[in-house]
Write a protein that binds this ligand. Sequence first.
Ligand code: HEM
Length: 424
Amino acid sequence: MTTEHAVPAHIPPHLIRNFDLWAELTAQGENAYAWAAKLHQSMPPIFWVPSLGFLPGTWIPRRSADLRRILQDPQTFSSVGLTPYPRLLGESWRLAPLEVDPPEHAKYRALLNPLFTPKKVDALEQDIRELATQLIGQIAQSGRCDFNQDFAKPFPTLIFLKLMGWPLADQPLFQHWTQTLIKSVDPQVVTENAQAITGWIRAHIAECRKNPGDDFTSYLLASEIDGRPLTDDEMLGINFLIFIGGLDTVTSSIGLFFRHLARNPEQQAQLRVKPELIPDAVEELLRAYFIVNMRRTVTCDVQIGEATMKKGDIVLISTELANLDPEVFDAADQVDFLRSAGHAPHMAFSYGVHRCVGSHLARRELRIALELWLQLMPPFRIAADTQPRFNAYGVFGMEDLHLEWDLPSATAHAHAVQAQQVSP
Ligand code: HEM
């Protein structure tokens, strides 16, 4: 759903491009990434679009260098009010640290950093492997699967709940809420889901106040900022952010990665023969199949290239355009697992102070998912009678993805899965 918004007077007509980036990407389906790569040939370095879904018009810088400059200058390009959720509910809490600018940002970030270190992720590795193995074991003998339902959604959701110490039984609720909250373009649906999520979080905070446990919310209740406990609004905002940051992102990436391997059997075979390439493949697939668009609000008039941005303008930080920039990546629209060594870093996890705090966890989940699927399952492909469906609203991802594979020898596979389940 695209909403019409008036174009501010200071936007020069020659920089206006009349299309809704998210609607176009969604309409392009599986061709979305190749289509986005071509914007580098057809668009000025910075252009203006009059709307993005139900959001108002924004500047879209396409060059990685401009995007990095913007992300490195949070004083001029603020993250305050980045998401619509508190506003839709008529409330004023913030998704901290995401919607907080420096220097205040650092205080909230310091609360989260210790929970997401590589060491913390190491401690979860065995759980991640066991869960992936178990989910694969449930579908291995069926010859096909609904990839989102059977793997891409439950895998990161259960890991996330385990890390947070939140009730595993609420997995279906979490999956439903995050999906509808992030993917819907209907403000009514988004509001209802935001209400449901904040209701769950508020009830959980109340429960943890009464009976503190070993979970994330209890950790926050025992934490301090500037020598004082967190306020109710701070508790809500941080919990809400973690909720939306950690779930749909990994689900979306896994879906896109597996669609790529299903469509490109030679690259799937390459990773089967050389599993040591998997960490590089994760980086290359994160680059090629970016999923997040962020926005910033201009705090004072500023010139970037040809664009004169005014205080209050919105700027889209499109990780897809950064990751497809031909000035940074040769043959940027091609996936090449060998390109990563010594190459410029991609921007899938953003850049600057808001760089993703969950990147170590996300990378580990993605690597283990690839390793175990390629180890335990025969070559897989898109199921013959299905067409993968892509959606670019909110977090990009596969809306529908069905995979199939041949069952060479049922017993051989059962043994492989069993052996994996008992191995340390
Ligand atoms: C493939 C998976 C993921 C991708 C592509 C991703 C991407 C991003 C991006 C682009 C940002 C920066 C937003 C901005 O600059 O405005 C971000 C921030 C953040 N991410 Fe992730 N993310 C992923 C997984 C996760 C996970 C698993 C968690 C936690 C469990 C998480 C938690 C967060 C948090 C809390 C922030 C805010 C950091 C801050 O503002 O300082 N993310 N993520």
